[in-house]
Ligand binder design. Sequence first.
Ligand code: PEP
Ligand code: MG
Length: 724
Amino acid sequence: MATSAAPAAEVPHLIAAELVTEVCSIYVLRPGDILELAATEGLRPEAVGRTRLRVGEGIVGLVAATGQPLNLPDAQNHPRFAYRPETGEEKYASMLAVPVRRAGRTLGVLAVQNRAPRRYDQDEVEVLETVAMLLAEKLATVAPGDSAEAGVAGTVARRFTGSVIVPGIAIGPVVRHDLAAAPRRMLADDPEQELLRFAAAVDTMQRGLDELIADRLPDGEGPREVLAAYRLVAADAGWLRRIEDAIRGGLSAEAAVHRVGGELRDRMRRIVDPYLRERLADIEDMIGRLLRALDGEAPSAPVPAGAILLARRIGPAELLDWQARGIAALVIEDGSAAGHAAIVARALDLPTLGGARGVLEAAENGEEGLLDADEELFVLRPAPELCAAYQRELAARRERHAHWTLLRHRPATTADGSRVSLMLNVGLPLELPQLDATGADGIGLFRTEIAMLARGALSDVAEQQQVYARVLDAAAGRPVLFRTLDLGGDKLLPGSAPPAEENPAMGWRSLRVALDRPAVLRRQARALLLAANGRELSIMFPMVATVAEFQTARAVVLAEAARIRPAPAHLRIGTMLEVPALLWELDALLRHAAFVSVGTNDLLQFVFAADRSTPALARRYDVLAPAMLALLARLAARAAAAGVPLSVCGEAAGRPLEAMTLAGLGITTLSMAAGALPAVKAALAALDLPEFRSVLATLRRSADDTASLREPIGAWAREHGLPV
Ligand code: PEP
Ligand code: MG
């Protein structure tokens, strides 16, 4: 659910006058699904900001949870009435409460009350619903530019939306990551001397990178790969030589770095390809690094506690520097989830928002910032009440973390003792220690393309073998499902971009590329078989659209397997299920596939014909929609009947409400990002699975005109004390 700012205090007064009610109150949704009394006419003013109800709690909470109005002549005797003495509401008998919703999301509740018991008539209900609609516009998060709102006295809060790269919340002073200033000395008399200075600076930069890797990330294979690619960019562009030429032409070393860097930057800015554009950040990173090396100083001063770094673009090495200086979160104007900085941010578990345009221009160093990456929101100069709400949420999260630590070594079970299997989605060897840290049952999805994206090139057989062997070593007998390369779409290697496609998500990507270029698949299969070195091996293919495709890919792997010794103890070849067409070939699929893993990220976009990376469609279609639930329930039943293991490895598996629903449908092997596992484990540990199964069945039967079962399932979960 979205969180919102404070509404204007005069609104309840105007509504109460219009509807002739004694009370009118606005409750606003705060982080952690808390409804807070934000403004009132008629209740005690001191209750504003203090009275809080969980979604699902009390009448107001019930209205938020169900999204339906309640019209009650005798509210106090309603079974869900929750008395809050600080409000002074005991005097009021009747109550009309309507949800404040926008784009399918609940933002709050609007309620009126009267002393006399009465049922509000239809006109009154309609007026209140209309006002709620207008209020929703005000409460909704709005785009940058037109997003000013009253904040701390004398300042104006600004909200920026973006896209989540690493989820999490942070509150703290902002620190700007400014690009290098123009050099003061432009010309030099002695080019030879400048060339020596430059050579020393390059040397310092290279040594600095090595130290960065060695000191900051002892087991940092991922960033190591990223930084290797980063060096490649420098060599590839031949820019060091061009800088030397500029120095020979009479520029100072600083001015030459600045000028050549600027030229490269301009050229790259005109490039549309997202992957190459990402290299722009690497280059800016290097310009800054070289200039600092020439200047002889390294930025190492710690930043204030909890600082949020704001950057237009940032390279991976620079991000590691800032992390060592103590930043707690990152907001990037130009970053994408596939960029190098994103890979490093994820490895560091640093809450990060990308695509927050205009943020740098608006912010001064030291101003307060509030990042809610989960809600894809950054607020500059937030109002104190908003900060207070987030501080409470942060405290609650810390408490939950403490509870999760206790759960870590317990096997994942539901409250009634059913065993569930919680696995990790992994993309970089750097993440392998998370297996033991989370107590996961294995790796349910190893995305083999991520390390290559980080490296910027396809790896050869030996390099791949080394990575896969490390994965199997770390898993120490726990199952690992290796997914073959899923490149194309939004995951492009430099130089490999196919001709521009209208719909890359549905284009020449993933297994389609592998089937047309079987040598790449063969080499990958060989690397996997060699890495297994006689151990058990599970391989699956992404984006399979037909059983024939699956069989062709499987034959490629089997042909390799026939040649490699020692053969794996057990070779299991399964598939991802991401393309709906496969659902109409289930019998054949379940005969041939050793296991099936559902990629709900892609499946959802193809079932609803809604591009997963289009921000305007984010959250529009829900994995908890009746259609998806019907599809998954049928799939679970068919796989169980055929005795074929079924798991879900899309993002949905890592969200507690979705995870319990999947378990309720009979899918009890779930694979997710490491950061998501503890919360899912805690929610499932509190779930009575048989009871929930029958509740879910009832809800699905009565879901005729419901776009999503999220709210009723959430209300049931909260009512039963589940941490969702
Ligand atoms: C998916 O589509 O759900 C999935 C797990 O694959 P990816 O997110 O890597 O496309
Ligand atoms: Mg996918």
